[in-house]
Design a protein around this ligand. Structure first.
Ligand code: ZN
Length: 115
């Protein structure tokens, strides 16, 4: 279970790392141009978007673990096969999230629950 404070701490740590990276990538201050600044800020911005989205998805996922979805074919509770990495395409680009994967031994169907 992920507490909101854990989420905040995690986000703060990720944002700090991204901001440190942005500062480290800046050209020397006598050489930097406005377009350099724009490029750095845009790059950091989309990294931050993806990080925040990923953290929110995983925090949401952590609250869903108690519910076992029913198999769409036989309506029996499916088995949780543990967390699997899944690529998700978002407006912030492609991100990788850990999601619970469920599988029905009877029907040999598996899926990632929506949401
Ligand atoms: Zn089934």
């Amino acid at each position: 279970m992920s507490e909101p404070n854990d989420l905040k701490a995690r986000l703060m740590a990720q944002l700090e790392a991204t901001i440190e990276q942005l500062i480290a990538q800046q050209p020397p201050s006598d050489k930097i141009t406005l377009s350099d600044m724009e490029r750095l800020v845009k790059q950091a911005g989309s990294e931050i978007e993806a990080q925040v989205l990923q953290a929110l998805i995983e925090a949401h996922e952590a609250t869903q673990d108690t519910e076992r979805p029913l198999c769409p074919k036989c309506q029996q509770p499916m088995h949780n096969k543990g967390k699997q990495r899944r690529k998700v395409v978002t407006e912030a680009g492609e991100i990788e999230v850990k999601r619970s994967y469920y599988y029905c031994e009877q029907c040999h169907v598996g899926f990632f629950p929506p949401g």
